[in-house]
Ligand binder design. Structure first.
Ligand SMILES: Nc1ncnc2c1ncn2[C@@H]1O[C@H](COP(=O)(O)OP(=O)(O)OP(=O)(O)O)[C@@H](O)[C@H]1O
Ligand SMILES: [Mg+2]
Length: 536
């Protein structure tokens, strides 16, 4: 048993480890989801904020282009009023923080900035502006600069001039060429706050999506893992309890997958182990009893032999005394008393010798059915008026090699006990049949040779026996009867006789319902049709 417990504990530990493995998988999955979701949020925010910036820049460029073209006349004429109108129109845009319009020689014609309260305040031309303006001269295109709070878009204000080129005098190809001439430039400063605001919005949106994704992911993984680990946890718990020996419950098989198969295999294994354990306990118990009976038998044999010798001496002496005391009547009475006691003593010694199997009788073929029928009147008178004796004999003759007197003794002892167990009356049923103990039958492995047996069943409807009584009934001098009513040798004698005939004895009993004794005597081969024990 300790081996099995250790084995079960090991499996339980393995499964518990699996449970923590499930937790580890859960953690790994959650980390993975959080990682994926964070990466997704980061890249999404990054690309979207880039797009916001690009859009803002595009808008800035468009506004700068528009301002540059609408300011052409104003710059040319240095008309600050018309330029202010155009600049105000651009400054009215939410994204625009400042507008500057300058002449080509870096004279600021318009320079306005929006404050937080949308007030317009003038701004000064910076050294950087001048440097950019110089670049615009060469490229005639855009220039964009970035600083902490703004994105600045510079666009040249140009007019077209037509010039006759020297080459045109010689070549007819190009007569007049349109030339763009820079007359000033505009600068639009775009507020980065707009980007930050939009990026914040994008970030929050993506964060929300990420959180929802992580949350849903956790729920899905938790549900899946729970489905997988729940049966495993239950399996581990059952195995743990089985290992402790506090439960013999079966593991529920909830699915047909690997876990279901594991549970099935485990159930089959525990069932197998339980059966083997039961068989082992049964055999151990029988062995223990057999050893005990053997020891008690040895003791009884020793005592009975010595008593027998002493009794012979005492009886001899008494015989001589009786002869010599023929005229002494008062003393004769004592010798009669002694004779009676000696006879009782002889009976006991005889019983002990029968129990210890030293009283081997003369064996001859005995038909058990006939023996029972012959003994019926005797059994009936033994049973008394309140107890009915029924016989159910098998049809075929059950001939065994036995001592007929001892067969009678067995039947009488069993019937006496049955009667005593039914003080209020009842029924004793004597049945016979033939059975065969199959090879591999649990009881056959240790004590009983497989083969054919004539079986006598003596059952009653009496008090039955409790666990304590059951343990000791075959021990000599064990009795539950009042002193003087029973010696406690009846079943010991039956036991001895059956053992002597190489048979065996079995019994079932239930308190308040009755007892059945089964006596098996080996049958000579091919004597009968046999029933296989356990398949009746
Ligand atoms: N059929 C039975 N029903 C209930 N108890 C029984 C039955 N047969 C035996 N017993 C119990 O087993 C005990 C031992 O029986 P056993 O026949 O060996 O001795 P006894 O009947 O007490 O005395 P004795 O047979 O020597 O007069 C009995 O005292 C009784 O408690
Ligand atoms: Mg008895």
């Amino acid at each position: 048993m300790w081996f099995n417990k250790r084995f079960l504990n090991k499996i339980s530990l393995l499964l518990v480890a699996r449970q923590s493995f499930g937790t580890r998988i859960f953690r790994a999955f959650v980390s993975f989801i959080v990682l994926v979701s964070s990466a997704f949020t980061f890249f999404s925010v990054y690309s979207q904020s880039r797009e916001v910036e690009q859009n803002l820049l595009r808008k800035g460029e468009l506004l700068a282009k528009l301002l540059a073209s609408s300011s052409r006349t104003g710059v040319f004429a240095e008309n600050r009023d018309s330029l202010r109108d155009a600049a105000d129109g651009v400054l009215a845009q939410e994204e625009v923080r400042a507008v500057e319009i300058c002449s080509v020689d870096n004279r600021q014609l318009i320079g306005e900035q929006k404050t937080l309260s949308q007030e317009k305040i003038p701004i000064a031309l910076t050294q950087e502006d001048k440097e950019i303006a110089a670049k615009l001269h060469d490229s005639l295109s855009w220039e964009v600069t970035n600083d902490k709070n703004t994105i600045n878009v510079y666009k040249p204000v140009t007019i077209e001039t037509v010039s006759s080129m020297g080459e045109a005098l010689y070549f007819d190809v190009v007569k007049n060429k349109k030339l763009e001439q820079i007359i000033g430039y505009v600068k639009i400063s775009l507020d980065r706050k707009v980007i930050r605001k939009e990026v914040r919005g994008v970030f929050l949106k993506n964060l929300l999506i990420g959180v929802i994704f992580v949350f849903l992911g956790i729920i899905v993984i938790y549900t899946i893992l729970r489905r997988v680990t729940k049966p495993l946890t239950r399996l581990a718990e059952t195995v743990r309890l089985l290992g402790k020996g506090t439960s013999s419950e079966k593991i529920p098989v909830e699915s047909q997958d690997e876990i279901g198969k594991l549970a099935e295999a485990f159930n089959a294994m525990t069932e197998d182990m339980r059966k083997r354990e039961e068989e082992k306990l049964l055999i151990e118990e029988k062995l223990r009893r057999a050893e005990k009976m053997e020891a008690v038998g040895r003791l009884a044999r020793g005592i009975a032999h010595d008593f027998n010798n002493i009794l012979t001496t005492v009886e001899g002496s008494l015989f001589i005394m009786k002869k010599k005391l023929t005229d002494n009547l008062p003393l004769m009475q004592y010798t009669e008393q002694m004779q009676k006691s000696l006879s009782k003593m002889r009976g006991l010694v005889h019983g002990l010798l029968t129990f210890s199997r030293t009283q081997i009788g003369h064996l001859s073929p005995v038909d058990i059915n006939k023996a029972i029928k012959k003994l019926m009147p005797m059994l009936k008178s033994l049973a008394g008026d309140t107890v009915e004796v029924k016989i159910l004999l098998c049809d075929e003759p059950s001939v065994v090699l036995a001592d007929p007197l001892q067969i009678d003794q067995v039947l009488m002892n069993l019937c006496t006990n049955a009667r005593d167990a039914m003080p209020e009356g009842g029924v004793v049923t004597i049945k016979t049949d033939a059975v065969s103990i199959a090879e591999g039958h649990p009881v056959s492995s240790l004590f009983i040779r497989p083969g054919a047996y004539a079986r006598i069943s003596v059952s009653d409807t009496g008090t039955g026996m409790d666990e304590k009584t059951r343990e000791k009934i075959f021990e000599p001098f064990f009795t539950t009867k009042e002193p003087g009513k029973g010696t406690g040798l009846g079943l010991s004698i039956v036991f001895g006789i059956v053992e002597q005939h190489k048979g065996f004895i079995d019994f079932t009993t239930e308190t308040g319902r009755g007892t059945e004794f089964l006596i098996y005597f080996p049958l000579p081969l091919n004597n009968h049709e046999k029933q296989v024990v356990g398949t009746e």
